[in-house]
Design a protein around this ligand. Structure first.
Ligand code: NDP
Ligand code: 2IT
Length: 449
């Protein structure tokens, strides 16, 4: 097939130009494997070199972050902001603080964000940033000093109409507070330069819950399209951070049973289900004590902890990977399918490897890719920006309805562009094409820029 040759040739060039950036290669390969056949008979996109332009970030800013730890030692980290594409709105996307952060990971995240933000229907371009800083084990004051040093440089490149960062792994309410405070101090302005802010200083209701809730809404829409529902389903979730906790909360609310959560040290398995009450305990463990997930067993000793393993060996109907990239490989996918898993919705960004995805697609189970499934978080960020611009705050019920409606619309866009037969929707293809069209058409409108 001609499109496959064109894609392979394109990918060879991309790999040559972006050497060693394997996560970035993976993300581009996943999206463009659907876009190449789609534009095969659409010379308007090919002549404008849209794919070459979309896979080259507008700019990458990288900077030194020097700060002082509690022992008086000078520490040096590297910070980045990848401003990927602002064709349909100001740059928008989270900040990740994790020792694994590098340019490849941030480029893949910023690239994915382009299609995700487009799918929300809101006017948001794409970006991602962060640092190879590990907040784990640091005191609050150390995290504060790091955030202040990071923002002292980042502030030159962001603004409410230019680029609006938010949280991601390692950047939650505490970090956003420190980052916002430093920006306010240096700029002498109180503007919406970040989302995910505290309710006292311009945050939006349900931003904390939005990603996890949205992921479960999308999973539920997929189930409903087959005449099924979350009621009575057994659900395996990975991670125990912001996305995982609120995904678990929504599964409980919809009558499902969550049996696993995890962190980088292993997973807990609670056959009785991690109820709303037990989740309350996990919120305290994670958000206040910043403890490990294994400490769940101190309170609920009937559960089991499996060190250094992911939860995909536990039989489940539905899997919600909500920790990090590439956490479900081919063999995990095989295990999930063998155990009867019928649906996967990606709360994390790109948690399934290309070969893992292939397994799920061959088995034709319900599979929602991250750019569709976790778009609820950035969607509520977009609504936080609107509230800040208008200097108002919307009620919880309004926002809950908006989130639900946005996830429903994303589901129907996936169906529109991804239906391959009466019984099968390729949600990856649907999300990629629907996300692509809006950004590509805006880029065409601007001419050669
Ligand atoms: P948090 O920092 O709140 O939680 C991350 C969780 O994932 C922790 O339990 C962490 O364990 C675990 N984890 C992180 N890295 C690894 C790793 N290398 N191996 C195993 N476990 C790991 O982050 P979020 O919940 O915000 O983010 C989770 C995922 O969701 C990410 O992929 C993020 O990009 C994505 N996402 C987040 C959104 C948001 O609004 N926050 C929006 C859309 C997507 P430990 O504490 O041990 O490191
Ligand atoms: O990956 C993501 O969509 C996020 N981390 C949230 C981005 C945002 O701007 O709210």
């Amino acid at each position: 097939m001609a499109w496959k040759q064109n894609r392979d040739q394109f990918m060879q060039g991309l790999v040559r130009r972006n050497q060693g950036e394997t996560e970035f290669h993976q993300a581009v390969h996943e999206v463009f494997s659907d876009i190449f056949p789609y534009i095969q008979d659409k010379s308007i996109y090919r002549d404008a070199q849209i794919l070459e332009r979309m896979s080259e970030p507008d700019r990458i800013i990288s900077f030194r972050v020097s700060w002082e730890d509690d022992g008086g030692n000078i520490r040096v980290n590297r910070g980045w902001r990848v401003q990927n594409n602002n064709a349909i709105g100001p740059y928008k996307g989270g900040l990740r603080f994790h020792p694994s952060v590098n340019q490849s990971i941030l480029k893949f995240l910023a690239f994915e964000q382009t299609f995700k933000n487009s799918l929300t229907g809101l006017p948001m371009g794409s970006a991602k940033g962060g640092a190879n800083f590990n907040p784990k084990g640091k005191s609050d004051r150390e995290v504060m000093r790091f955030c202040q040093a990071f923002m002292s440089e980042l502030r030159h490149y962001i603004g409410p109409n230019m680029d609006i960062p938010a949280g991601d792994i390692g950047v939650g309410a505490r970090e956003i507070g420190f980052l916002y405070g430093q920006h306010k101090r240096l700029s002498k302005e109180f503007t919406g330069i970040l989302t995910g802010k505290g309710m006292e200083f311009g945050g939006s209701l349900i931003r904390t819950e939005a990603t996890g809730y949205g992921t479960v809404y999308l999973a539920n829409h997929m189930l409903q399209s087959k005449g099924l529902s979350m009621e009575g389903k057994t659900v395996c979730i990975s991670g125990s951070g912001n996305v995982a906790i609120y995904a678990a909360e929504k599964v409980n609310q919809l009558g499902g049973k969550v049996v696993t959560l995890s962190d980088s040290s292993g997973f807990i398995y609670d056959a009785d289900g991690i109820s709303e009450y037990k989740l309350g305990h996990i919120k305290t463990l994670k958000n206040i004590k910043r403890a490990r997930i294994s400490e769940y067993l101190d309170e609920f000793p009937q559960a089991k902890f499996y060190a250094n393993q992911n939860p995909w060996s536990v039989p489940c109907d539905i899997a919600l990977p909500c920790a990090t990239q590439n956490e479900i490989d081919q063999s995990d996918a095989h295990t999930l399918l063998t155990n009867g898993c019928i649906a996967v919705a990606e709360g994390a960004n790109m948690p399934t490897t290309l070969k893992g995805i292939q397994r799920f697609q061959e088995a034709k189970i319900l599979f929602a890719p991250s750019k569709a499934a976790n778009a609820g978080g950035v969607a509520i960020s977009g609504l936080e920006m609107s509230q800040n611009s208008a200097r108002i705050s919307w009620k919880e019920a309004e926002l809950q309805k908006l989130l639900f409606d946005i996830m429903e619309k994303i589901h129907s866009q996936c169906e529109n562009y991804g239906r391959e037969s009466k019984h099968y929707v390729n949600y990856i293809k649907g999300a990629n094409i629907a996300g692509f069209i809006k950004v590509a058409d805006a880029m065409l409108a601007y001419g050669v820029v």
